[in-house]
Design a protein around this ligand. Structure first.
Ligand SMILES: *[C@@H]1O[C@H](CO)[C@@H](O)[C@H](O)[C@H]1NC(C)=O
Ligand SMILES: *[C@@H]1O[C@H](CO)[C@@H](O)[C@H](O)[C@H]1NC(C)=O
Ligand SMILES: *[C@@H]1O[C@H](CO)[C@@H](O)[C@H](O)[C@H]1NC(C)=O
Ligand SMILES: *[C@@H]1O[C@H](CO)[C@@H](O)[C@H](O)[C@H]1NC(C)=O
Ligand SMILES: *[C@@H]1O[C@H](CO)[C@@H](O)[C@H](O)[C@H]1NC(C)=O
Length: 425
């Protein structure tokens, strides 16, 4: 009976996916990700049909210096850090000690989502040109950080057994300490988008000693406390996702939305300029993130579909959905006391209390963002001990993805971010 029910729910989601993502063959593995032991062609580089540049190719194609660093976190994950140590715009002296800016991307993304549009558009290049030493993190499990000292991501399910909790507790501290050591700085600027900002805050609830290592946190559309009423379209989208995730886990799909060249190719066939279904593609995305035609560059669709998604763990997606749908900021509820106890030493998942997040945080939000609204920001600002203000982007439709890809993001928000950062130098 229960199995039948799951099947029906699963079928409903299947239909939604077919309609929304127009993919129909063997959907679970094709769209969501390969099951373990059946690794897909989800790597950067040698896509058979589509050449995907990596972050280094991108930065260097625009004339920027680029370095790749590897950081091991305490639990054995090997994380890729990308660095643009200085810019090309002004004559930049090599001896000056540049302040460090660390970027943390949002859900199922990678460092390169901030890098394909180029100078004067993408924030890492803009900050490098403004005199910052730019580092961009890659969350464990994405296309650049799918490595571990002992675990094999294609064979060991335990590799994928992580949520935002482990990223915040183990990986961010390792990354921050590595950068501070390499640059001989005592603190850095942290820029987080969406759940990228959330993990920065969770870090300081779990390890308050990291407050002193973050000079200023630029928080872009942080998904922390969801207090607004969730729209009907979000419910239609997200509620079936919960059983879908259960199904995925039951089918040993632990790695969700990996980067897959053929999937990018398919999306491009459907969504590029000049295709009849483009409008459907765009409105589907806008249903989730908010509609903002004026900031969405359709010429970038080939790059957006190439560099997004980049893969993450099924559990991390489940955790993000829990934060969004339940409206509380706590660790993932594994659904049974035993499992929770194993993870957290208590049967209830712990709540993260923002009262220990004492480093300064500026909160930026878009008035057209359906995922993070002004009401949510007001609540977070009230909970944080040291907010340095809330900043609406001065454009009425600014949505969740405009923070990364908006056509006029430089004029609308990045220039202001630099002014705020300069005050803390
Ligand atoms: C800075 O120094 C490094 C090596 O120390 C060198 O490779 C690089 O070209 C220099 N950059 C500039 C802008 O002078
Ligand atoms: C690091 O900075 C400290 C002072 O801030 C200085 O004494 C030390 O020599 C520096 N170390 C390196 C390796 O540059
Ligand atoms: C970085 O760490 C190494 C090893 O712990 C240490 O020897 C070195 O002095 C550190 N460098 C800086 C600049 O703090
Ligand atoms: C979900 O929300 C309820 C009601 O606010 C709360 O009691 C519960 O602890 C939340 N669950 C999690 C896992 O945060
Ligand atoms: C967080 O901790 C502070 C200080 O211990 C306490 O006053 C506050 O009620 C807590 N907030 C939540 C949401 O639990």
């Amino acid at each position: 009976m229960a199995k039948m029910k799951t099947r029906i729910r699963y079928s409903v989601h299947f239909l939604i996916l077919v309609i929304c993502e127009c993919s129909c063959v063997n959907w679970l593995e094709l769209v969501i990700g390969p099951s373990l032991g059946n690794a897909g062609d989800n790597e950067v580089g040698e896509g058979k049909k589509l050449k995907i540049n990596n972050a280094q190719d991108l930065a260097e194609s625009f004339g920027y210096p680029f370095q790749a660093h590897e950081v091991s976190s305490q639990t054995g994950y090997i994380l890729s850090l990308h660095r643009i140590p200085y810019g090309i715009k002004r004559k930049q002296s090599n001896n000056t000690k540049r302040p460090v800016a660390l970027f943390q991307h949002g859900l199922v993304s990678a460092s390169d989502m901030w890098m394909f549009q180029g100078p004067n558009v993408n924030l890492p290049y803009i900050l490098a040109d403004a005199g910052y030493d730019v580092w961009i993190s890659n969350m464990r499990g994405n296309v650049y950080s799918k490595a571990h000292k002992v675990l094999n991501p294609d064979k060991d399910p335990t590799f994928w057994d992580f949520t935002l909790h482990e990223v915040a507790y183990y990986d961010l501290p390792a990354i921050i300490d590595y950068i501070l050591n390499m640059t001989n700085h005592s603190n850095l600027y942290f820029l987080g988008h969406s759940i990228g900002s959330t993990v920065g805050m969770i870090l300081c609830t779990l390890r308050p000693e990291y407050n002193s290592k973050i000079k200023l946190h630029l928080s872009l559309a942080p998904l922390v406390y969801v207090t607004h009423a969730i729209t009907v379209s979000h419910k239609i989208f997200m509620l079936p996702t919960v059983p879908m995730i259960q199904t995925a886990l039951a089918n040993q799909i632990y790695n969700m939305f990996p980067r897959r060249p053929f999937f990018a190719k398919l999306m491009q066939m459907l969504c590029n300029d000049g295709t009849p279904l483009q409008q459907l593609c765009i409105s589907t995305v806008f249903l989730l993130v908010g509609a903002d035609y004026s900031q969405f560059d359709t010429k970038c669709i080939p790059d957006m579909t190439t560099y997004f998604p980049a893969g993450t763990s099924t559990y991390l997606i489940r955790h993000t959905l829990q934060i969004y749908l339940n409206g509380t900021l706590s660790a993932l509820d594994y659904g049974n006391n035993e499992e929770n106890f194993k993870k957290y030493n208590q049967t209830d998942p712990p709540h993260y209390n923002l009262s220990t997040v004492t480093h300064p945080i500026s909160l930026h939000y878009g008035n057209g963002d359906l995922l993070v609204t002004e009401q949510d920001i007001d609540y977070i600002e009230k909970e944080l001990p040291n907010p340095v203000g809330k900043f609406p982007v001065p454009h009425s439709d600014f949505n969740h993805i405009d923070f990364v890809w908006g056509i006029d993001a430089k004029k609308l928000i990045y220039d202001r971010i630099i002014v705020i950062m300069d005050k803390y130098r």
